[in-house]
Design a protein around this ligand. Sequence first.
Ligand SMILES: NC(=O)c1ccc[n+]([C@@H]2O[C@H](COP(=O)([O-])OP(=O)(O)OC[C@H]3O[C@@H](n4cnc5c(N)ncnc54)[C@H](OP(=O)(O)O)[C@@H]3O)[C@@H](O)[C@H]2O)c1
Length: 340
Amino acid sequence: MAEQTLPAAAREWQLAARPQGWPTPADFALVEKPVAAPAPGHILVRNEFLSVDPYMRGRMNDVKSYAPPYQLGEAMQGGAVGRVVASAAEGFQVGDAVLHGLGWREYADVPAAHAVKVDAEAAPLQAYLGVLGMPGLTAYAGLLRVGGFKEGDAVFVSGAAGAVGSTVGQIAKLRGASLVVGSAGSDEKVRKLVEEYGFDAAFNYKNGDIAGQLAKAAPEGVDVYFDNVGGEHLEAAIGALNVHGRAVLCGAIAQYNDTNPPAAPRNLVQVIGKRLTLAGVLVGDHYDLQSEFVAEVGGWLREGKLRFEETVVDGFENAVDAFLGMLRGANTGKMLVKLG
Ligand SMILES: NC(=O)c1ccc[n+]([C@@H]2O[C@H](COP(=O)([O-])OP(=O)(O)OC[C@H]3O[C@@H](n4cnc5c(N)ncnc54)[C@H](OP(=O)(O)O)[C@@H]3O)[C@@H](O)[C@H]2O)c1
C-alpha cells in the first residue's frame, strides 16, 4: 500500500490533574499535537479502537505500582488497535493492522518492537483488545493456571458481565464446571448472564446481602472464586469457599476510587480452617500462555461456543466519558472507544 498523506496535527488525551476519589472530566485535557513521520525503527499508526480499562485509574495516582503512573501534562497510555500509515521499521508495511500500548491518541508513533501485528481477517480488530487480548488472557490464565480450576469445580466470579468476568464464567462452563455463579450491577446484566452467557445463576450485588445471595445461588459452596471487585465480595466468597478452595485476586474495582481503606474482608481467619489459597494474578506474568489461549479461546469463538460483547463509544472526544462510564458499570463486556 502506498504511503498515506499524514495530517498536520492530531489529538491526544493528557492527564491534567490527579484525582482524589472519583475522577472527573477536569482531570483530563484534549490536546492537539503535530504529527511527524516516524523515526527509524518506528511506525506511525492511525488508531481505530482504544481500550479503556480499570487499571488506568491506578495509573492516574502518583504511586509506585506494577505499571508506572501517568505523567501530568503528558498523553496517557493504553491498549489500542489501528493501521500503520507510515513505516520506518523493517517488517511493517502501510496498511498492517497492529496492537500496541499507545492508546489515548488519534495517531501513535510506536517503536516497532512494542507493536504486534494482528490478523484482521481472523477476528474483528477490536477483539484483540478484549476477548482475544489482555482481558481474555487474564481470564484464561487467572482461572486455569492461578486458580487451578479443574473439571467439576463450582466457580463464583464477580464483575461477571465485564470483559474479564464474562470470559471467566464461560471458560469455566466450557471446561466442565459443576456450577458457575456471577454477580453484576444490574438486573439486565444478571438476566444476560443466565439467559445468554450460560451461567447457572447470577445476582445483582446492588440489591445488598452479597453473602446471602451467594449462599442461595451456591448452597453447596464454591471451589474457586475469581475476584474482580474486592471488599464485601471477597468477604462473601471467603465465607462460601469450600475446604481447599482457591480465590484468584484479579482486581478490586470496588475500592479504586475509595479514599478510605476497605472495611472488608473481616473473615480472613477462615483461610486457616478451610486451608484456602488466595493468589494474586497479573496478566503480564502469563504471556507464555498466549498461543495456547488464542488456540483454545479462538476455537470456541469460531465454533460459536463462547460469546463476547462490546460496548462501543463513538468518537475520540468521548474517550473520557467511556472511561468514567466503565468505572460506573455503563459497559457490558469490553468497553471500547471507536475513532472516526
Ligand atoms: N490482574 C490483572 O492482570 C488484571 C487484568 C485485567 C483486568 N483486571 C481487573 O479485572 C477487573 C475487571 O476488569 P475488566 O477490564 O473486565 O473491566 P469490566 O469488568 O469490563 O468493567 C468494569 C466493571 O466493574 C464493575 N464495577 C464498578 N464498580 C463496582 C463496584 N463497586 N462493585 C462491583 N463491581 C463494580 C462494573 O460493572 P457492574 O455493572 O457489574 O457494577 C463495570 O462494568 C478489574 O478489577 C480490573 O482491574 C486485572
